[in-house]
Ligand binder design. Structure first.
Ligand code: CMC
Length: 430
């Protein structure tokens, strides 16, 4: 709390004061929890444009500066100097692991990568052409049937095991989802490989021959995971917090996060962006699509552009752009048609007054689709990769919420604008 107070003067009522809470960085907030009791009024903030839904120590974003910090560390330093599992450890525990902690954590994750054999049966219930995110919602939600009875999530050790379990199993489930869609056998995890290389062998290996991961591509995918690991109180994280606030099973809660992430305005944007590039098809068509994006009467938007929080640039996009170059160079795809098209679109949009005035810059999803496609990941699997990585953030934020002494079930209010109270007329008089 600060010495400063906010005073609210509502006509016809006495002025009321509210405390102002101060954070480490960023906007301070007016604590209005007593507003309803003091004034009989609520606030209206659909879309949460001005409302902090919680206090958090996990991630900080400065949208104007284009800064993203996990537990205080800049994303650029983490992406360069750490691997995804170190970042996962950091997010969960608040500090980076030392060498012994890192090794113990990696070893523990390896011990949880297999899924219960019954889980494999769930896949058979899905159509082979089902959207992979639909399968993910179902299968990850089903984990709650395996880890529920007797689990007391108020105990730190039970939460630690739940975290390790799901972080370890997400690559296995994502890879199984892919293998099922193409009719190939599921691949078991391999403990001689590290987290991301193992994921790639479960995705692209077959029982017929040994899979040799390419270190450049493994590193690129590992960075993609790091860049997506958490992003403050975004829609899917808020969904996880709200679902978990009732005391729901964490695995079911993560399934709710996956459902939210699927939408094209959120994690589905990388898939939508690649589909858009395919639709544009050729550099000569770029001006036509830019014009459509600016036309108020056209619902078309440039996917991969704009962000609710970043209004100068998305620091993840900068890193992803570099990863994109590295991967395409490694694979000899510098002249890839879609990449060239994307670069042209980026150039024109960055110079166009409409996009400049509205501060619409490429976001992380603009490049991540191109990288993933080059890695051999099919378009409709992109959001599953995002979900795999974001599970770290979801579980961390879920734990932060349920261990917060001020934790309450999430229950927004509303402004009711429906019919006024009325009586039901008898059937013959309606
Ligand atoms: N193309 C064209 N116009 C746009 C775009 C775009 N991609 N994004 C925003 N605008 C316009 C919008 O029409 C509005 O215009 P006006 O002020 O005339 O009504 C103005 O810019 C402000 O946009 P908004 O939709 O009110 O902003 P928002 O903060 O509510 O939405 C957004 C942010 C990300 C949903 C939106 O920019 C968008 O739909 N972008 C495309 C989808 C996308 O790439 N999403 C991925 C986000 S990054 C991944 C993640 O973190 O989940």
């Amino acid at each position: 709390m600060s010495e400063r107070k906010a005073t609210l003067q509502i006509s016809g009522q006495e002025a009321v004061e509210f405390p102002i809470m101060v954070g480490t960085h960023g906007n301070d907030v007016i604590d209005i929890r007593s507003l309803g009791g003091k004034t009989g009024l609520f606030t209206y903030d659909s879309g949460f444009l001005s409302t902090a839904s919680c206090q958090s120590k996990v991630t900080y974003i400065d949208g104007d500066k284009g800064e993203l910090l996990y537990r205080g560390y800049p994303i650029e330093q983490l992406a360069e100097q750490c691997n995804f599992l170190e970042v996962a450890y950091l997010l969960k525990n608040g500090e980076l692991p030392n060498k012994a902690e890192k090794e113990a954590f990696e070893e523990n994750i390896k011990n949880h990568t297999m899924v219960h054999d019954q889980i494999t049966r769930f896949f058979n219930g899905f159509r082979r052409d089902a959207h992979p995110m639909a399968v993910m919602v179902g299968v990850v939600g089903a984990l709650s049937a395996f880890y529920h009875h007797g689990e007391d999530y108020s105990k730190p050790e039970v939460r630690r095991i739940a975290f390790n379990r799901i972080i370890a199993k997400m690559p296995t489930i994502v890879a199984m989802t892919y293998k099922y869609s193409i009719g190939q056998p599921f691949m078991y995890p391999r403990n001689d490989l590290d987290y991301t290389a193992n994921f790639m062998q479960m995705m692209f290996g077959t029982p017929c021959e040994a899979y040799k991961p390419n270190p450049v591509l493994v590193r690129a995918l590992d960075i993609i995971f790091t860049l997506h690991a958490d992003h403050e109180q975004n829609a899917s994280t808020s969904t996880v917090r709200l679902a978990g606030s009732s005391g729901a099973n964490p695995f079911a809660t993560i399934a709710a996060g996956i459902a939210c992430l699927w939408g094209p305005a959120h994690g589905g944007a990388n898939e939508a962006c690649l589909n858009m590039l395919e639709e544009i098809g050729d550099v000569s068509k770029v001006p036509e699509y830019i014009a459509r994006a600016k036309d108020k009467n056209d619902s078309f938007k440039l996917m991969g552009f704009g962000h609710r929080v970043y209004k100068n640039f998305d620091p993840r996009a900068k890193l992803m752009r570099k990863v994109c170059y590295d991967v395409l160079t490694e694979l000899g795809l510098e002249n890839d048609r879609l990449f060239k098209l994307a670069m042209e679109l980026e150039k024109i949009a960055l110079e166009d007054p409409y996009f400049v005035e509205k501060k619409l810059y490429p976001n992380v999803d603009f490049y991540s689709g191109i990288v993933q496609k080059a890695l051999g990941i099919p378009t409709d699997m992109f959001t599953c990769i995002f979900a795999l990585a974001r599970t770290v953030g979801w579980m961390t934020q879920w734990e932060e919420m349920i261990t917060d002494p001020e934790y309450k079930i999430g229950r927004p209010r509303q402004l009711y604008i429906g019919a006024a109270r009325r009586d039901v007329a008898p059937l013959e008089k309606r």
